[in-house]
Design a protein around this ligand. Structure first.
Ligand code: AKG
Ligand code: FE2
Length: 208
């Protein structure tokens, strides 16, 4: 009896599953941009972190900056629309997001980009996801975060104060409207002792 109870409690804590999206709350940023937030959408986020850290074929990339080749300060992986995602709960997350935003977005989320921030020195500089259609069209980028929280910073492109949203442990943020065009986002470096974080970014076709 006792052993059974312990077993089921352990299973519950370890179970990786999504909650409902009903608690999503929208914040209007201005210039047609908004963010939707849902803290702790994913239960068992630590277990998913461990699984992704171990099983995803992480790539360390290098980029040319001016005339130097520098290491990209995070590890990366990318899954196209037809690639199997590295954990079944990510397929569920993509389907749930596609269903929830179907009317507003008008198309499904298809691709998944993954970033692994090993410690506070890993980061992503200010940018918008506007290599593709995000440059000219309203779109959405949904990000599920597991591992230790890191701040996602957001600032208006035309200038003005930035805001920071700490994201980790199964939190969901969706950047929508003109956010990729009129706002920029970043994961700033930090000298605080922070543990590793993995983010999963779901995007529609042609948005990068
Ligand atoms: O890790 C994050 O939450 C943000 C990543 C990001 O902005 C990107 O890969 O375009
Ligand atoms: Fe981005």
């Amino acid at each position: 009896m006792t052993a059974h109870l312990q077993g089921s409690l352990f299973d519950q804590a370890d179970e990786v599953r999504l909650g409902p999206l009903t608690g999503l709350a929208r914040t209007t940023l201005g210039d047609g941009a908004w963010i939707d937030l849902l803290p702790a959408w994913l239960h068992g986020a630590d277990a998913l972190f461990e699984d992704l850290a171990r099983t995803v074929p992480w790539r360390a990339e290098r980029r040319t900056m001016y005339d130097h080749e520098v290491a990209v300060p995070r590890l990366l992986a990318h899954y196209g629309a037809r690639d199997p995602l590295p954990h079944p709960v990510l397929d569920e997350a993509r389907a749930a997001l596609s269903a929830h935003y179907a009317a507003e977005l008008g198309e499904p989320f298809t691709t998944a980009g993954l970033c692994f921030y090993r410690d506070g020195r890993d980061s992503v500089a200010w940018h918008g996801d506007r290599t593709g259609r995000g440059a000219h069209h309203d779109t959405m980028v949904a990000i599920l975060s597991v591992g230790e929280p890191r701040d996602l910073a957001l600032r208006p492109r035309r200038g003005g104060p930035s805001r920071r949203v700490p994201l980790g442990h199964g939190d969901l943020i969706v950047m929508g409207g003109s956010c990729q065009r009129t706002w920029e986002h970043a994961v700033p470096k930090t000298t605080k002792g922070v543990g590793p974080r993995i983010s999963v970014q779901f995007r529609p076709h042609g948005v990068r």
